[in-house]
Design a binder for this molecule. Structure first.
Ligand code: CMP
Length: 140
């Protein structure tokens, strides 16, 4: 299996509760390397662009409002099969359905305030990484 990169966000409910280190520990325990990371406060425009695929969904406004409600930590994670591996580590979008040992089972508050985002495919990972990081900010 090839080494891949995926894009991750530690969401405002995680920064608000000061649990970014606890989440990073689960990421690293799974064998993923944090090869880029920065704490930012997303603008409304950045959040709308990032979640444009969900524009027609009824929760879009709520999702954007939440993502700009406080700081987030954006990351690039690297490792074998990183995209699928991180989705396994995150657990189901709805924390009530997330498996034991996953980030969302341990930390997410609700389907909206679900602590983390991870890319769903190589194409989206490349687009999401490029939205927030220049090539020279990623150090593998
Ligand atoms: P994420 O992986 O960041 O991708 C899209 C996000 O939309 C998802 O995580 C959830 O946080 C959010 N989301 C999905 N379904 C709902 C919903 N029914 N209500 C509010 N937010 C949702």
């Amino acid at each position: 299996m090839a080494i891949q990169r995926t894009f991750s966000i530690l969401k405002p409910d995680a920064t608000e509760r000061n649990i970014t280190g606890a989440i990073n520990a689960l990421i690293e325990k799974a064998g993923l390397r944090i090869v880029a990371q920065k704490r930012i406060h997303m603008t409304r425009g950045q959040a709308e662009t990032f979640y444009a695929v969900h524009k027609e969904r009824p929760f879009f406004g709520e999702l954007v409002d939440f993502m700009i409600s406080g700081p987030v930590v954006v990351q690039v994670l690297e490792g074998e099969n990183a995209i699928a591996k991180y989705r396994d580590v995150m657990g189901a979008t709805d924390p009530s359905k997330a498996a034991d040992g996953t980030i969302r089972k341990a930390h997410a508050k609700s389907i909206g305030e679900n602590s983390v985002h991870g890319s769903d495919a190589p194409e989206t990972a490349a687009i999401e990484i490029a939205q927030f990081f220049a090539g020279n900010e990623i150090v593998g």
